[in-house]
Design a protein around this ligand. Sequence first.
Ligand SMILES: Cc1cc2nc3c(=O)[nH]c(=O)nc-3n(C[C@H](O)[C@H](O)[C@H](O)COP(=O)(O)OP(=O)(O)OC[C@H]3O[C@@H](n4cnc5c(N)ncnc54)[C@H](O)[C@@H]3O)c2cc1C
Length: 338
Amino acid sequence: MRHAEIRIVGQGLAGTLLAWACESAGIRFQIIDPGHDSAASRVGAGIINPITGQRLVKSWRVDELLGPAEAMYRAVQHELGVPVIRRMRVLRVLRTAREREIFAAKRESGELAPYVQSLPGRDDAFVVAPAFHVDLPRLIHASRERWRQRGMLIERVATAAELAGDAIPAVACLGAGEVSLGRVGLERVKGELLHLEPLAGPSAEVPAAERDEIRNDGHWLLPLPDGAWAVGATYDRTATGLEPSLAAGELLRESARRLSQGGEPRVRAALAGWRTSARDLRPVAGWLPGQARAGVCNGLGSKGALLGPWLAQQWVGHLREARPFDPAVATGRPSPQL
Ligand SMILES: Cc1cc2nc3c(=O)[nH]c(=O)nc-3n(C[C@H](O)[C@H](O)[C@H](O)COP(=O)(O)OP(=O)(O)OC[C@H]3O[C@@H](n4cnc5c(N)ncnc54)[C@H](O)[C@@H]3O)c2cc1C
């Protein structure tokens, strides 16, 4: 291995994208990760949906971040030679009168442009486009294989000295494995989803065009490339362990029935992971306060696929050109302290 300029610790989505950004900027790196057993990125659905939540809010900075994110995934896909990103649309179903009012008001004001299209004759649903599905497990596994073959991957847990930046400055991309989430103002939130066999029932014959459609009514139903489906996702701030729960399983099966209009879900796998979020819901990038050789790249929350490419570029801009981190995500900002 040629002498590395930076050590990336953790090869989930954050570490993987940082490594790709370093690779294209010509920054020599090494990457340490024991495997993805605990990674949110082996579970996360990888949906990029510009309009989210019951209040139908535009994702933070989506106008600025979406194009560069898509371009980065397409460039990585090209290098890896495996499909990583798919362009999709979201059929957003409005279940309550309140949601329909919010949509009508926001459509009128134009604040959801350019992502929403009304459906003729329908006030109970609209289309969000473009949206994307990033295949996070495939991205991290294929990238890992590349760096393994090139001798850039160290397959074990990093030592405390390595994380402190002993011989080489280190950026911790540890997700919920962050040594002390509190020191960087993060908390963890459990999320669960189900992978389902191809659905039986009235919607069993899904036209090919609809394989590009994510249905969302608060929960989402995502067609996976192999004909299966994923349904998710739950949020649980109080959970202490990652085992899938019966309550979440039942809730998600019910959502799958509703979203597939009667399809009977057969569960292939129940998956759970930790999201990491700051209180202000912004990610975190920068050196730890008072330390010039130990940095962090974390807090992607439930929008890792959209935010990850930009956060990686924040780091590369800093490493290459000493650019300051965007104050909204910099370590030590006042808001994320828990
Ligand atoms: C159920 C669920 C659904 C989701 N759906 C979406 C979605 O639709 N769209 C979206 O954008 N996001 C979604 N997310 C969020 C997304 O998955 C995360 O934002 C993203 O995967 C976080 O990546 P990360 O690299 O920060 O953390 P992780 O993926 O957790 O990676 C951390 C890595 O660090 C390694 N590590 C930890 N400690 C050490 C150590 N000491 N030494 C070496 N390595 C270490 C681990 O092995 C792991 O590989 C979802 C998450 C969940 C749980």
